[in-house]
Design a protein around this ligand. Sequence first.
Ligand code: ADP
Ligand code: MG
Length: 591
Amino acid sequence: MNGEGIEEKKWFGTLLSYAKGSGGRLWASVVFSMISLISGLVPYYLVYRMLDLYIAGELDKAFVIKYSLAALLAYLIKVVCFGISTGISHYVAFNVLEGLRLKVADVFLKAPLGEVYAHSIGEIKSVIIDKIEDIEPPLAHVVPEGAGHILLPIVCFIALAIVDIRVALASLLALPLGLVFMMLTFKLSGKNMAKYQEANASMSSMIVEYVEGIEVIKAFGKTGVSYEKFAGSICNYRDFVIEWLKSTWITMKLAFAFMPATLLGVVPVSILLVNKGSMTVSEMALSVMLAMSMVISMAKIEVFSNGLRQMQYTVLEVKKFLDIPSLVEPETERLPSEFTIEMSDVHFTYDEEQGEVLHGIDLTMPEGSFTALVGPSGGGKSTVAKLIARFWDVTGGSIKIGGIDIRDMKVESLANVVSFVTQDNFLFARSIKENIRLGNPNASDEEVMRAAKAACCDDFIRKLPQGYDTSAGEAGKRLSGGERQRIAIARMMLKDAPIVILDEATAFTDPENETRLQESIANLTKGKTLLVIAHRLSTIKNADRIVVLNDGRIEDAGTQEELMARSPLYNRMWQAHIGARNWAAGNKKEA
Ligand code: ADP
Ligand code: MG
């Protein structure tokens, strides 16, 4: 219809490839569906035979019983085969959904983080949950039943042709007109289908944003931009759907009216033939019955072809995610035996428009050393940390661990040697205990609690309704930012990786806990390569080396004393830090 022909063929194959080898069963369900529909025709033939015998005056009781039983049997076959067909096709369809969802999850895991962040949570959720779910009903019903309903009119037509070729041709009288209107409908709705999906996706991502930002929206009132965007996307969707329906309404109704109008030709022509004596009354009855079952199937084809298109657009939507490039992993990896981190001339650009963010970073963090990264906000500190964890690949230069380029390691192996605690730490909707245990799935309960104690979590965890068994989802609202961070630190401690990166990991912790936390971090990271990004300079003054990062460049590096002696930027940062501390302390005294 429009240049999508090839793609249309491919998408379906792609879809079935996710059925994990059960794709062949779909064809079995098609066969059962066809048997089912064709057995549905058998009773018509039997009625015709009985009518024939009745007119000839030869219909006796035995015949009636025999034929009725045969009709009943045919009906049973129809029902049973239909059941088998849908049973199989649902099995296949749910396998396809599972395969697709796992694949998308896998793509996200292997993709550079930037590719994942490029999509809103609303969009991702809408694709993985809703869109993929949308594939199930059409896949399970359209394929087997659709195929059957395409076959049935053909079988009916052949049967009609056997009865009388003139009647058969008459059944197609209104078909061309119907087809023209149907094509027209497709053309009109096809153009808008993509727009419909877009409006729908925009609406669902707006809804997620709205709910996630509800606190801010409440604080600033409905006048906020977010509310307008939210309401706007809903109105937009409504307007669009109404427009779309209007645009296809007339042609669709006409297509529906003409397409299946087989009786329009069959009835007058067969009456004519009966009058002329070239057709029996029972043949006429059979023709009418066949023509009527053609109608039913043709009407179904309309519905199913819409389902097929819906499925195609959904698949193409999902395909956008499947096509996200993954980080390149080596065939055979090399593993570091030593954990010095070495960044050489690292350049990095998030996106071309924004421009380069890191302009040639040379930084060596010897094994077992404590390096601190400080500098103004937006200077690139978090970017450096994320590049070491390979959330993205560098755009220039290299990052090596123990002399091995991190791109020569498998993503999973790198994750095993690097512990990364960030500002916003995610807790999964399972128990607090399990959340900590993510750091090391083999850890015993005692080890989990020991890590929690070391991370200053034990006290507040025990105060939760079910202690360590409280679900983080339930506790989520009650935990403060600092408490979440400490759970993430406990997780990190349990993981016991040779490289530890803390990106403002204690930023939300109150001063009392912070000193304790600092001590236990220092104890537990002894001998590890430690990189700490901190705003509160007092927490990193013992670092072996403090690196000042400003505007994507290393401005200076040295110990606390060295930097105090020579770096104006570092001095200014200290002044600001001390000032803030005094201010906080002053507030406390007043309170
Ligand atoms: P810091 O941690 O020192 O505050 P970041 O490394 O977070 O600095 O940011 C450095 C620069 O990169 C900033 O200009 C910031 O806007 C930009 N940046 C950070 N994260 C992203 C991202 N995911 N996409 C695009 N730009 C980003
Ligand atoms: Mg940062």
